[in-house]
Design a protein around this ligand. Sequence first.
Ligand code: PEP
Ligand code: MN
Length: 356
Amino acid sequence: MILPKSSRLTPDQVAEVTAIVGEFGCQIQPIVGAVRTIYAIVGDEREELMINRLEGLPYVERIDRIQSPFKLMDRRSDLASHRITIGGVTLGEELAIIAGQCTIDPKNPGFFLETAAAVKDAGGHVLRGGVWKPRTNPYAFQGDAKSIDILMEASRRTGLPVNTEVMDEHQVRIALDAGVHMLQVGARNALNYSLLRTIGRAVAKSDTVVLLKRSLHMGSPNEFISAAEYIAAFGNPNIILCPRGTAPAIDGYRNHPDESITPLLKEKTWAPVVVDPSHSVGKASYVPACALAAVAYGADGLCIEAHVSPSQGIGDDPKQALTPSVLAETIAQARQIWSLRRSAIGGPGHIGIARP
Ligand code: PEP
Ligand code: MN
């Protein structure tokens, strides 16, 4: 990783650096951080001669050689000072809330518009709404591209940025063209490296945020963070990790709740962690406790399914969506735990782990 002395390299300097790394079969990838742009060396950067030549350039402050499978997402990376801001909240500074329906019902847009208003009233920062749905049963409702209009209408009415899951390049294009602010990679696609690359490329020169779910089968922290690195490697580090329960499930829960992975993740990566308690436990009555536990474990935010009338919803909403009043109460209690942790541990909430 090349750290320039100034906030970014000039075009001439980029050309010189590109030529040097090119001689060793590498390329550079600019990563635009909040304070300065750094340049990842893509390829095998172990060549001593290449590093020496780069270090000798008068405009290079230093070369960071992080021996990590995820050099950009690593806690020791220069990107550790990067902050992600969306919907008026900077992750790590305040508990971030993403909430809304599992699935937008294109036949009943009114529900989603009402849910959106309720999410805003409850203090949500980002509105979630599934347009395309990954379904186990191929004959079940797969979502409908027309729902993107309902999603964006809700965004206009509430002023909230919106999140939706994308599963292929076509959906990525439609979502970004419509103005979706946060793309979700679902648990089933969390290790679909081709999709991760597609998303990385598509969001590279934008402020779009990616919410990356943890894969279904007890994916290790390293595997999880490496998946984020696939996206970051194209230049946009706005990636949030989202544990959402793993398989095998605890009998009675939808999955095995995994909010306890949060401190482990935070020891390895600077990426914010937003826990999804809804898919973790899979039943509305269990969701509030799981949400509070997640904040106690150091989560920077929560992603919660909510619906104005869960029993009239589709997808996961009848079983796991919170009503607006329970959502508001859960958020209020979660904020108390957040404040408690902050005052007990001190330091930036972004880090969220006790330092020895
Ligand atoms: C969802 O968020 O509605 C969803 C399908 O999530 P996951 O990929 O975690 O199952
Ligand atoms: Mn869902």
